[in-house]
Design a protein around this ligand. Sequence first.
Ligand code: PLP
Length: 453
Amino acid sequence: AKPVPPLLEKTSQSARLFEEAAQCIPGGITANIKHFDPYPLFMESASGARMRDVDGNEYIDYNLCYGALMLGHGHPGVRRAVAEQWETMGSFVFGAPHALEAEMARKLIDLYPGIELIRFTNSGLEATMLAVRLARGWTEKRKIAKFEGHYHGGYDPMLINVQSRNRKRGERPRPVVDSRGVLDEYQDQTVVLPFNDWEASLEILEEEKNDLAGVILEPVQGGFIPPDPVFLRSLREWTNKQEIPLIFDEVKTGFRLGLSGAQGRYGITPDLTTLGKVLGGGFPVGAVGGRRAILETASPVHRGDVLSGNENQTHSRDVLFHSGTYNGHPTVLAAGLATISHLEYEGVFAKVEEATRLLRNGMEEILARWGCSGSTLGDGTIFNVMLSEQPVQNGTKRDAAYPCLRRELDIHLLERGIYIKPMNRFSLSTAHTPDVVAETLDRFEEGVKRLTG
Ligand code: PLP
C-alpha cells in the first residue's frame, strides 16, 4: 500500500468533518477560497498567533482570516470591548442609529486622507459594490475600469479578469468573465487594465474615457504586489484631470500598511476608499468613504429641510440607494474601535513590520541556503513567497512565479504546524513576536529541506 502522507495521517478528524460537510454544503466549504486539496483543515480553537485543529494539531497562523486579524486571535482588549458593549446595550443590535457609528466615522475621517464622509456595510464586497454605484451615480457614466488580477469581492460585475491571464507584453487585456452564471454583458461595462504598466493603461484609458465612471484598484495587488510609484502617481494625475473618480480598494491594505492604509503610505489620495477586514476586528464589516460631494448623493434628506423641521424626502430617483439591515452593527464597531485604538499605541505597527521583515529575511536566507531560487514580495505586514527568479510586477508575471513547487512547500509547512492557505499570502499580527518568528523559521527550514531533499 502507498504510504499515507504525514498531513493526512494526523488530520483524520478534519477528513471526517469534511466528508460530512460535503454532503450538505457544495464542496464542503462556505467560501470557495477555503478549499484546498486533499481537504481543508477544520479548526477548533485559537489564541494569539496560534490555531488548533480538530485533531489537536497546533499551527502558527499566517492566514489570520485572510489578513483580518491584525491583533491575532481573541485579543483581550477586543473581547472586553464587545462584552462591555453587550452589557451596556442589553441587546446585540438596535436597527436604529447609535453613537458608535459617528465615533467610528470620525476616527476613519481623521486617519484616511481620502475620507470626508463614510458609510458602513457588512463586507468588503458590499463596500466595493457601493463605491462603484457612487462613482456611476456621480458621473452618470457607464463603464468601470479595473485591473487584471485584482479582486474586489465575488459579485457579478467584479468577477471579470480576477484571474491573471497569460498575455504578451503590450497586448491589451480583454474583459473575460471569471465565473459561471455571470452574464457576458458585464464584459461590455468593464474596461480591464494591466497593473503597473502605465503606458499600456493610459492608451486604454484615453480610448474609453468618455464612457468611464470610475477606476478601481487594489493599490497593492493581492495585498503583496506593490504599486510602481510612477504608475500610481500617473493614474492619480490622469483621473484627476479627467474628473473620473479613483477608487482605492483598501479592504486588504487598510490598517495593514499603517493606520492610514496605502493612501497614507504612498501619499496618494483617492476619491473613494473601501475598507473591510481589519476594520471589523474579527467581525464582518465594510465601509466606503470619500469626497463629501460624492458621498452626499447617498443622503436621503435635504439638510436645509431637516433643520427647518420639514423632513420631506427627495425624489427617490435623485438619491443613491444604500441600505442594509446590519449596517453599522454595534458589536462590529465596538470590536473595530478597540482594534484601532490598540493599533494606535506608539510602536505597535513598527513592531509588526519589524517581525515581518525578520521573517522575510529569514525565509530568503533559508531559500538561498538550500539552493531554492525564490524570494519574498510585499509591503508592510503582508507578503508572499515567490519561488521564481523572475521579477513580479503584475498578474501576468506573477503566474510564472507560481510553479507547483510552492504548493508542495505549503503542504510541508502545514505538516510542520505553519498555517497558511496553500498558494496564499502570509499576514502577521501583533501576536507574531520575534519568538514566534524564530519558531516559524525553524519549521520553514525543515519544510524547505524536505522540498529540496
Ligand atoms: N476587496 C479586496 C481587495 C479584498 O481583498 C476582498 C476580500 O478578500 C474584498 C474586496 C471582499 O471583501 P469581503 O470578503 O469582506 O466581502
